[in-house]
Ligand binder design. Structure first.
Ligand SMILES: Nc1ncnc2c1ncn2[C@@H]1O[C@H](COP(=O)(O)OP(=O)(O)OP(=O)(O)O)[C@@H](O)[C@H]1O
Ligand SMILES: [Mg+2]
Length: 263
């Protein structure tokens, strides 16, 4: 048990760069929390539908697009997954339309939060996967979240974008729980240098790293989180350690918030 039951937390997984390991992070954090006994709502806020695939769900209709537009209720769009404890709000390519349509609406920043908040509150926690970049959908996901986790692979461009990602996250008022070194390895000098710089510049923010391992790709292809697919693998253990540390940071940031904000 990871102790989330009283916290009611919504976490968005974000990065500036595509292919940063966000979806792997979202699927496997969901898996680790579910393995710890939490009920998790996984929300795919990416028209690529990566989280939907990684959790082994065929999107069908309705999806998150219909929910954001109030054509369907989240209860109607949500699907069970093969993992007890994880329910998914799936996405398909239609969600790309929301990127254009949402800004034409009043209070669009808040549209996703308003559409899912009641349903999300029925779960112990919500994990939102976002598209690459900091566009409309990522902003809407951050606005629907209480906290954010940033995925950062050991690549210079990803590292360089961190200041922008942090600024955007802070603008939406979320608590940044930390930066996860994703796809982590030191097999090239550049990767090692980027990791060293990351630990040097953000010593308080860096969360436990996720190693680059083929098991992560195999689990995604199988439509299962590592907590089910290969819990004792290197990467499976790394996600479990990460989930524990995220829990710890949530609990300490929650205790620092004023009681009114927690209510
Ligand atoms: N720790 C890891 N080890 C090995 N492969 C990984 C790891 N994490 C992610 N991958 C693989 O790297 C690729 C990109 O990962 P992922 O889809 O999670 O990134 P993303 O940030 O969600 O990408 P996008 O921005 O396109 O949504 C995928 O093929 C995924 O299976
Ligand atoms: Mg993705």
């Amino acid at each position: 048990m990871l102790g989330f039951r009283q916290l009611m937390l919504n976490i968005a997984v974000i990065s500036h760069k595509g292919g940063s390991g966000k979806t792997a992070l979202a699927a496997n954090l969901a898996g680790a929390f579910a393995a710890g006994g939490s009920s998790v709502l996984a929300v795919d806020v990416d028209p690529q539908g990566g989280l939907t695939a990684a959790l082994g769900v065929e999107p069908g209709k309705p999806t998150l697009y219909e929910v954001i537009n109030s054509y369907a209720r989240p209860e109607e769009a949500s699907r069970p997954t093969a993992v007890p404890g994880i329910t998914l709000l799936p996405a398909d390519f239609d969600l790309a339309g929301a990127e254009l349509e949402l800004p034409l609406r009043g209070r669009w920043h808040d549209a996703l939060r308003r559409a899912i908040s009641h349903y999300a509150a029925l779960h112990d926690m919500t994990i939102l996967d976002t598209p690459p970049g900091l566009g409309v959908l990522s902003f809407a996901a951050l606005s629907a979240a209480d906290a954010a986790v940033i995925a950062c692979p050991p690549e210079f461009m990803a590292y360089r974008a961190l200041t922008q990602v942090l600024r955007t996250a802070h603008r939406t008022g979320v608590t940044v729980l930390g930066i996860v070194p994703t796809l982590s390895h030191r097999t090239t000098r550049l990767a090692a240098e980027v990791l060293d710089q990351l630990y040097k510049d953000y010593p308080q923010l860096v969360l436990p790293a996720i190693p680059r391992r083929v098991a992560v790709q195999e689990a995604a292809l199988a439509g299962l989180p590592l907590a089910v697919y290969a819990p004792r693998s290197d990467a499976g253990l790394a996600f479990a350690i990460l989930a524990k540390e995220v829990t710890h940071r949530v609990q300490s940031s929650d205790s620092k918030r004023p009681a009114r904000a927690r209510a």
